[in-house]
Write a protein that binds this ligand. Structure first.
Ligand SMILES: C[S@@+](CC[C@H](N)C(=O)[O-])C[C@H]1O[C@@H](n2cnc3c(N)ncnc32)[C@H](O)[C@@H]1O
Length: 361
């Protein structure tokens, strides 16, 4: 046996120590394979959840109450043994409760996976990773430095379902941000919301400030989502919709109290993100504030795996997308002239930098 080989029974080594049972075979303890299995199971975990949503499982179980698999299979009109495997997997993922043979929603499923859950992510889950086929071609993307089918080829096709899916989460974050930055204390703030999606930030500010107005920007096709959502929240009359590319649309100088760059910088590349920050600075009034929401990786790019993987998701499906770091963003904001930088987390996993344009001297 060469030295680099495992001993015949490496798993024995974990407990078979001198202290317990005498002299071990060898001092070498192989590392556990758990991180490898976790990666392999990642695909299964995701598609189990996507299938359960596609089958309308969570809403159905909410309507029926706790049930055994045969009853649920009849409701969904699906194969009982196959459903059993799916439900047991959901239990393994801690997204479903099981008592003997009865399945019931747990609190996480009720909150995040039913379509009327208080923090529903049901519409977000299928679209959040971007086009699924781009993940199967990731090695090619890394070889070529660009994805085969970037979402920029047809932005509305990708962004309309995405911004519908993210709306509830971002609107909750935007509404909660008021506890940290008190935009509701402003008299009649003027808001500029670039790449607004369904306009969750504009809606939150306009709800909190009856005299507020907002310029809502997005691309043709996507901006219709903002028009519909602002109408649903009864703030559409205080919005002006400015369709077009946020790098080139006309913007007023020294005009706005709040500029929002909500989850748009990490798809733009360093040059594009910088340009958006500089445009925001120019369009803010003195003492106006920039809100820049994103997923920020840390200095060493290893302490926030969620942000690292979000950056990876951007790279997988966009031309310029990249993981965006706190260091980069704060450098760009300071270079543009911003001061009093703060990082807030209005709800879990949602981070925003808030930065102020200095008062006129
Ligand atoms: C991840 S979504 C964020 C939506 C919203 N700001 C939020 O925080 O929920 C990115 C948005 O930017 C828009 N967008 C992307 N490129 C754009 C461009 N060049 N000009 C204007 N909007 C753009 C997309 O259509 C999409 O609505």
């Amino acid at each position: 046996m060469t030295e680099s080989r495992d001993p015949p029974y490496p798993e024995l080594k974990k407990t078979h120590t001198m202290a317990h049972v005498g002299r071990p075979w060898t001092d070498f303890k192989p590392p556990a394979a758990a991180p490898v299995w976790a990666a392999i199971e990642g695909l299964a975990r995701y598609y189990v959840l996507v299938a359960a949503l596609e089958l309308d499982f969570f809403d159905t179980l909410q309507a029926t109450g706790p049930k055994t698999v045969d009853v649920i299979a009849k409701h969904l009109d699906v194969s009982e043994p196959h459903l059993q495997a799916l439900l047991d997997s959901l239990v393994a993922l801690e997204l479903l409760e099981q008592f003997q043979d009865v399945y019931d929603l747990n609190d996480a499923a009720r909150r995040y996976l039913t379509s009327d859950g208080a923090a529903t992510m049901a519409d977000l889950i299928p679209v959040a990773p971007g086009p699924h086929e781009n993940w199967t071609r990731l090695a090619d993307t890394i070889r070529n430095g660009t994805p085969a089918t970037p979402i920029e080829d047809d932005p509305a096709a990708f962004y309309v379902p995405l911004v519908e899916g993210t709306f509830t989460t971002i609107w909750r974050a935007a509404s909660r941000a008021d506890f940290k930055i008190r935009y509701s204390a402003l008299d009649a703030p003027k808001v500029l919301d670039l790449g607004a999606g369904g306009a969750p930030w504009s809606i939150a500010v306009l709800q909190a400030c009856p005299e507020a107005t907002s310029i809502v920007n997005d691309l043709a096709g996507v901006i219709d989502v903002a028009k519909r959502r602002t109408a649903e929240f009864d703030v559409v009359d205080r919005c002006e919709f400015r369709e077009g590319n946020f790098h080139t649309i006309d913007l007023e100088d020294d005009h706005f109290d709040i500029v929002v760059l909500g989850h748009i910088c990490r798809t733009e590349g360093p040059e594009g993100a910088r340009n958006l920050i500089e445009r925001s600075y120019a369009s803010l009034k003195p003492e106006g504030r920039l809100i820049l929401a994103d997923y920020f990786v840390d200095f060493e790019r290893k302490f926030n795996p969620h942000a690292v993987l979000m950056g990876m998701t951007m790279m997988t499906s966009t031309v310029n997308g990249f993981p965006i770091s706190s260091e980069q963003v704060t450098d760009w904001m300071r270079a543009a002239g911003f001061e009093a930088l703060r990082l807030i987390e209005p709800i879990g996993f949602q981070f925003c930098y808030v930065a102020t344009k200095p008062a006129a001297s």
